[in-house]
Ligand binder design. Sequence first.
Ligand code: NZQ
Ligand code: ZN
Length: 384
Amino acid sequence: MFNFTFHIPTAVEFGKGQIQAIPKYLSKQNRILLVYGSGSIKKNGVYDQVIHALQDYFYIEFAGIEPNPEFETLNRAVQVVKRENIDFILAVGGGSVLDGCKFIASAATYSGDALDILYKKQEIIRALPIGTVMTIPATGSEMNGNFVVSRRETKDKLSLYSDLVKPKFAILDPSVTYSLPQKQTANGVVDAFVHTFEQYMTYPVDAKIPDRFAEGVFCTLMEDGPKLLDEPENYDARANIMWAATMALNKILSTGVPQDWTSHAIGHELTALYGLDHGQTLAIIVPAIMHHQKQAKREKLIQFAQRVLDYRGNDVNIAAELTIQKICAFFELMGVKTRFSDYGIDDSLFPEVIRKLSEHRQPLLGEHESIDHQAVMEILYLAL
Ligand code: NZQ
Ligand code: ZN
C-alpha cells in the first residue's frame, strides 16, 4: 500500500430538506455570490429553497454557467466578485456550476491574468470559500479540489486542482435529482462508475480498504442506477446513487493505490473536439482501454470479475471479456452508447485528438506510464 495524505474539509448535509442548513455555514457579514446554470433550479424548486435559506443574508445572483463551464463566462463572474467585494461563493447546480465556481474563487483572488491559471497551471495560493447545493450525482466535485474549465474558442478543456477550492459545505438532497433528464442521470452514473474504475483498475498493492469500498460503489451503481430509469422518484435509489457518486471521487478510493486517469485524459479532448457529454466520452473509451490494457491490468481485472461479477475462474481472457461485456451492457442499459459510430463519429479527427492531448498532458498515460500516443491511437480505433 502506498503512502497517502487524506484530507476532506467539506461538511456534508445529506437528505431531504437539507438546503435549509445553508445558514449554519454563513455569517451575517458575508457578501455572497449565488451562482447557477441555465435555470433548471428555477423549475424544480431548488432556487426557491435556496432563496428562502438566504433571506437574512446579502447576496447577488450570477446565472448562466453552461455545461462544461466556459472561461469567458467565468471571467464575467470574476469581475462581479471584484466589483461587489464578494467574500463567499454559493454554487447551486451540477458539476459544471461548481467547477466554474472553483475557478471564479481562484481567479478573483489572483493578481495576474486569469488565463495563467488555466494554461500555466499557476499555483493557486488563495481562493474565496465555496459552499454548494449539488444537483447532479456525477462528478464528486462537491467534496474534492478538482475543476475542469473549457475554452470553446481554442477547443481546450483543461483540468485543474487545488486543495483550497474544496467546498466548505455540500448540501446533498437526493430529492432535487428527481427532475434530472434521463440522459443526465445516466451520464452521472457512468461518470461515477468510471471514477471508481480509474482508481481501482490498475494493479494490486494489497490496499484492502479502497478496493473493498470501490467494489461497494460498483455494486451500488449497477444495482440502483437502472432503477432510476423506470422510477425517477425512487428516493432510496436516488440517495444511494448520490452518495455513491460523492464517494467515487472524494479521494477515499485513491488512498494508497495506483491510479490510471487515461479515459478522462482522452475523454476531455473528445468533449472539446466533438461536443460529446463527459459521460458519453467515458462510455466510449473505457471498454477500448480494457481491451488494450488487458495484460497490464490482468490481476485487477480478475479481481473485479470475481468480486463484482461473480466470476469463479482465474483466466484473464475470460475475466476481461466478461468485464467488458458487462460494463458495456450496463452503460447501454442506462442509455449511454459505447462506440464512436453510435454518435456518427469516424476516424478523421483522431490525429487532432492526439495533437490536443500532447498539448495538454504528459506524453505517457496510465499507471505504468506506458500508454503513449501510438497506444492512444490504437485505443481510439478499438472504440470506433
Ligand atoms: O444549467 P442547468 O440549468 O443547471 O442544467 C443542467 C445542465 O444542463 C442540468 N441539471 C443539473 N441539475 C439538474 C439539471 N436538470 C434538471 N434537474 C436537476 N437537478 O444538467 C445539465 C448538465 O449539467 P452539468 O453540471 O454539466 O453536469 P455534470 O454534473 O455531469 O458536470 C459535468 C462537468 O464536470 C466536469 C466535466 O468534465 C464537465 O465539465 N467534471 C468535473 C470533475 C470534478 N470537478 O471532480 C470530475 C469529472 O470527471 C468531470 O471531468
Ligand atoms: Zn468524470
